[in-house]
Design a protein around this ligand. Structure first.
Ligand SMILES: [Zn+2]
Length: 355
């Protein structure tokens, strides 16, 4: 498993550039006896027949095949402390290739297993684009587990609604020293709008942010254009939707009061999901982790994962850990002992689902 994990992270697969890695995985899965193919969008879907049981419902395991940046030229190093880190100035790619390596290992070593489907999405890190375009007609499972939480100590049972708000403010350019009164300052209009927004944590389950602003070309020109990127999210869909609406109308009113024009694009990226703590997949994950000696707690997170889309599409998915630390940073690392615990958890999931 460790050898294969290190081999996989050496294959570059930043979001949008996963094809070579998924081809590698496709060949590997077929060699392991799976029926496997890519769907029209390039997501990988595989299925394994049951082992040592009959008449059981299939379960789905899922990971994503892409990584964040900087993820080109990853050189994994296994230290004498049993921890795998990246040797260079890159991420490690444990997110989510450790999950993939653990699933493959569990399939290899398990002595009992229900009918198993394994989906590996692409472009997860850039807005769950792969899973949103997944060919769900190829999946039979009604429940399963997403292997994409960092710690094994928690089970993610939900994520928020998320709105991306792209704003383009258009003013009028003019010489800043000679004839400023002929201009309309787009940066000032955008600044007024942003200053009027409620940002940060608005209540325990609702947040808003402006994360990017760009505008102007030269110091001595009244800027004609300014763009900024905002977002809002909430565990409650209605709250997130109302907040997106509030932010949009505040921006529009402020920009117009400053005499500039505005274009606002609102994109509902993800719809809030919360599965019950008593849901089958949560109970099975807790029992499996318990058998490995981990008392895992169900948690709701304000980030999102492919599980939000699976749950929205009617496949009950709990998100379980892969054992990684420091994801999305060059400090990302994973202990071999934690990978082994994750494999044992998956074996226990198989055993419970097959009983
Ligand atoms: Zn991930």
């Amino acid at each position: 498993m460790v050898r294969q994990f290190m081999e996989m992270v050496r294959i570059d697969s930043e979001s949008g550039n996963e094809a070579r890695f998924l081809q590698y995985l496709l060949a590997e899965l077929k060699a392991m006896g799976a029926a496997a193919a890519l769907d029209a969008y390039g997501n990988l879907i595989a299925s394994f027949p049951p082992l040592g049981c009959a008449g059981k419902e299939p379960i789905l395991l899922s990971c994503h095949g892409d990584t964040v940046k900087p993820g080109v030229g990853i050189e994994p190093v296994l230290g004498s402390d049993g921890v795998i880190r990246s040797g260079g100035d890159t991420i490690l790619g444990a997110d989510d290739k450790a999950g993939i390596a653990e699933v493959l290992e569990a399939v290899r070593v398990a002595t009992v297993r229900p009918p198993l489907e394994f989906a590996v999405s692409r472009q997860e890190e850039v807005g769950l684009t792969g899973v949103k375009n997944l060919d769900f007609s190829r999946l039979r499972s009604r429940r399963g587990f997403l292997m994409d939480n960092d710690t094994l100590e928690t089970i993610v049972i939900g994520g928020p609604s998320y709105f991306a708000i792209d704003v383009t403010v258009t003013g009028r350019g003019a010489h800043a020293g000679m004839e400023p009164e002929k201009g309309i300052n787009a940066i000032l209009a955008a600044a007024r709008a942003i200053a009027a927004l409620r940002l940060g944590r608005l209540d325990p389950e609702t947040t808003a942010n402006v994360g990017v602003i760009q505008g102007g070309v030269i110091r001595n020109g009244v800027p004609a254009s300014c763009t900024f990127l905002a977002e809002c999210r909430s565990a409650e869909h209605a709250k997130a939707a109302a907040l997106a609406e509030e932010m949009t109308s505040t921006i529009r009113a402020q920009v117009q009061a400053a005499g500039a024009a505005v274009e606002i694009a609102v994109d509902e990226k993800c719809r809030a999901v919360r599965i019950s703590e008593d849901a089958w997949s949560v109970r099975v994950a807790r029992e499996a982790l318990g058998r490995v000696g981990i008392d895992a707690k169900p948690v709701f997170i304000t980030g999102f994962t492919d599980a939000s889309i699976y749950n929205n599409r009617g496949i009950e998915m709990a998100v379980v850990g892969i054992g990684a630390q420091g994801e999305h940073s060059t400090e990302e690392c994973i202990a071999v002992a934690d990978m082994e615990r994750a494999v044992r958890m998956i074996e226990e999931i198989f055993r419970i689902a097959a009983r």
